[in-house]
Write a protein that binds this ligand. Structure first.
Ligand code: S3P
Length: 460
């Protein structure tokens, strides 16, 4: 089992560039694989989750050509060639690894295909509820079976002719919305999803990028069936959910300043900026690119943070940032309340239980609630040996907490970080060791043959 250590931070780097956005990388690979022709994806996030999506699309008939690799990070530029919406039956069950986005969105794609597929994942993914996608996709005409009441993976999806639906989401989930819209592309007529609260809209923005017409009316998103994505090269911005770790590290360090370059600024994802501003950090963002997925630079200046309340409609916007925001709350003055966030209990681990337990092990007073927690800020954090619970965001949030703790903080099981942030350790090093950690990152123009073989392994 891998472990990583953290200790009091040495300095905050002036600038950092984080790897590509996970949600956009997943969707780019899927849409490229559904389009006829070749799409070059630059700025791709080569995390295990997104590579699962690439493997899945290759298993379903697309081809992948690796174009550029960054040492210590992975494949950041690739070309995917699809054959249109009619996919090929995979030769074996498709491995979705740890990735909820892969299994849920691919379920929507497979719902309209005329073959049967098995989708499986790791132990964590196999515990997560898939009923939320199985229900609407079954209503549309797919036959979906899974394990137990929550319809967990392994899932069997028997696709076929679909009918469009008007579906009110019982939980605010971009993954479920996207699965239904992807199935809707394959159903005659108009498929509408009603969102109880707005969630990230990357699928909709990528629909536009790939030439698919869709519409938003109030809280409804609709798409008409019978459309096929058109191949169109894309450049993925940096992931604000990865930037969040360094934004909090700077925000909690009075006098510090960091600029995160070329990061996604989609308003359905920038809730972290709003929350940090409310807590007293000085955060500015400057958009350098407004089309498609807006992107630009975020600058954070640290100060004394104050407690806040995080809840209601802003929760989907900060859902993946709540573990690191809980760490920010522990470093702030006063009591922070996180509420309306019971969705955290069905992420890669139960993130409410994991955050509460790890904060307590570091000496913070926390009250656990069914839908969140109350954190008493201002205590001196104590270094501790902590579990990651196999969850990348728990691992990274507590390594950042360790930058503010007395002594050493050890996170055990840190291999999970590669789920979303290859190269995290190198970036953490910049905070632990200052410039000594700033090793140049070479770009290679060719990709080693074993990787090419591995990526195309299901194609033959
Ligand atoms: C994601 C949506 C969110 C988020 C996940 C990625 C996506 O999940 O937590 O990390 O790419 O659509 P839900 O939509 O299930 O809330």
């Amino acid at each position: 089992m891998a472990s990583l250590k953290s200790k009091k931070l040495k300095s905050i780097p002036a600038e950092i560039t984080v790897p590509g956005d996970k949600s956009i990388s997943h969707r780019s690979a899927m849409f490229a694989g559904l389009a006829k022709g070749t799409t070059v994806i630059d700025g791709f996030l080569p995390s295990e989750d997104c590579l699962c999506t690439v493997h899945a699309m290759v298993a379903l008939g697309a081809t992948m050509e690796p174009l550029e690799e960054v040492e210590g990070v992975g494949l950041v530029k690739l070309a995917i060639t699809g054959n249109g919406m009619k996919l090929k039956a995979p030769e074996k069950p498709v491995d979705c690894g740890n990735s909820g986005t892969t299994i849920r969105l691919i379920s929507g794609i497979l719902a309209g295909q005329d073959f049967k597929t098995e989708l499986f994942g790791d132990a964590s993914l196999s515990k997560r509820p898939m009923k939320r996608v199985a229900d609407p996709l079954s209503q549309m005409g797919a036959k979906i079976s899974g394990q137990g009441e929550k319809i967990c993976a392994p899932l069997t999806i028997e696709g076929g002719p679909l009918k469009s639906i008007y579906y009110k989401l019982p939980v605010a989930s971009a993954q479920v919305k996207s699965a239904i819209l992807l199935a809707g592309l394959q159903a005659p007529g108009k498929t509408t999803v009603v969102e109880p609260v707005a969630t990230r809209n990357h699928t909709e923005r990528l629909f536009t990028h790939f030439g698919i017409k869709w519409l938003r009316e109030d809280d409804c998103v609709s798409v008409y069936g019978g459309q096929e994505p058109k191949a169109n090269d894309i450049v993925v911005p940096g992931d604000i959910s990865s930037a969040a770790f360094w934004m909090v590290a700077a925000a909690a360090t009075p006098g510090a300043q960091i600029t995160i370059k070329n990061v996604g600024l989609n308003p359905t994802r920038t809730g972290i900026i709003t929350v940090l501003l409310r807590m007293g950090a000085l955060v500015t963002s400057s958009e350098t690119h407004t089309e498609g997925e807006p992107r630009g630079n975020i600058t954070v200046r640290g100060g004394d943070l104050n407690a806040t309340v995080i809840g209601g409609a802003e929760i989907p916007n900060v859902i993946d940032e709540l573990p690191i925001l809980a760490v920010a709350a522990a470093l702030a003055r006063g009591k922070t309340l996180i509420r309306d966030a019971s969705e955290l209990r069905v992420k890669e681990t139960d993130r409410i239980a994991a955050v509460v337990s790890n904060l307590r092990l570091m000496g913070v007073t926390v009250t656990e609630h069914p839908d969140g927690m109350e954190i008493e800020g201002g205590a001196k954090l104590q270094g501790a040996t902590l579990p990651c619970y196999g969850d990348h965001r728990i691992a990274m949030a507590f390594l950042v907490a360790g930058l503010f703790a007395e002594g050493t903080t050890t996170l055990e099981g840190t291999e999970c970080i590669s789920t979303s942030y290859p190269g995290f350790e190198r970036h953490l090093d910049l905070f632990l060791n200052g410039d000594a950690g700033a090793r140049p990152i070479p770009v290679m123009s060719t990709v080693p043959q074993p990787l090419v073989d591995k990526m195309n392994r299901d194609k033959a």
